[in-house]
Design a protein around this ligand. Structure first.
Ligand code: ZN
Length: 249
């Protein structure tokens, strides 16, 4: 049985990605796949994209990857500003032709994948790039959850909210914590693998998942977010994008 590491929401954070890839290597995982949002928010979109191209067996499209090639009206001002900055660092030109492979890779990402008997998308099985499956949806939006679970007959892996955990078939969301980080994959469920580059569950450590047979484990690894913060401030991006990395929010 192949073991599979799932990374998502890297958001141009090279320090976090480096540490996560090293941990995955140490765990002896067979393959790595990426659930999208390679870019946005951070300052290193090109090296992060190149690492993903080298190390991931496949990658699917996140809303920030999509945003590089479309209008940014639907993004909040901080996300928009960072995406414009990312676009400038990625866009190929006759002076910078070596960027072309990464640019076309991000442009041509698929919106969903099926592999190993599982489904994979960035957002939700109904709207794979844009829709959030929130941890509160189980009790605030039961009709939405009913529809989403009507679309899946097996485990579905997502990212997008930056909150690791599992939406069970009874719509209950079980958050991944140090005490509860391993989950059994029996039948339909929506597993959120968390975020490598910008966790939002109050824990600043980078998050990723390892799938082994019918089990998934959420891993957390600390990284030097102060370096990432210094780069964000030096680039002139909004200080809130640096500050949130320390709080994991
Ligand atoms: Zn994201």
């Amino acid at each position: 049985m192949t073991t599979l590491a799932l990374i998502s929401d890297l958001h141009s954070n090279l320090e976090a990605l480096d540490v996560v890839l090293r941990r995955i290597e140490a765990l002896g995982v067979d393959e790595i796949a990426c659930l999208g949002d390679v870019v946005g928010y951070g300052t290193d979109p090109l090296p992060v994209t190149r690492l993903v191209m080298q190390r991931c067996r496949w990658t699917i499209k996140g809303n920030h990857d999509w945003g590089l090639f479309h209008g940014l009206d639907d993004f909040n001002p901080l996300a928009r500003e960072a995406l414009v900055y990312n676009r400038r660092l990625l866009q190929p030109s006759w002076l910078r032709p070596r960027r072309r492979a990464a640019w076309e890779f991000l442009r041509d990402l698929p919106e969903r994948m099926q592999a190993y008997g599982f489904l994979f998308c960035h957002g939700s099985p109904r709207d794979p790039v844009m829709e959030y499956v929130l941890k509160s949806d189980g009790f605030l939006e039961p009709d939405k959850m009913q529809q989403l679970f009507g679309l899946i007959d097996r485990p579905c892996f997502v990212g997008h909210t930056h909150w690791p955990g599992v939406h069970r078939a009874d719509f209950r969301f079980v958050q991944a914590t140090d005490e509860q980080r391993e989950f059994k994959l029996d039948g339909p469920c929506i597993v959120n693998v968390g975020s490598v580059g910008q966790p939002r569950d109050g824990d600043p450590r980078a998050s990723f998942a390892v799938v082994d047979g019918d089990r998934v484990e959420i891993h957390r690894v600390p990284y030097d977010f102060r370096r990432t913060q210094a780069k964000i401030l030096a680039a002139g991006l909004h200080p809130a994008l640096a500050e949130r990395l320390a709080r994991g929010k």
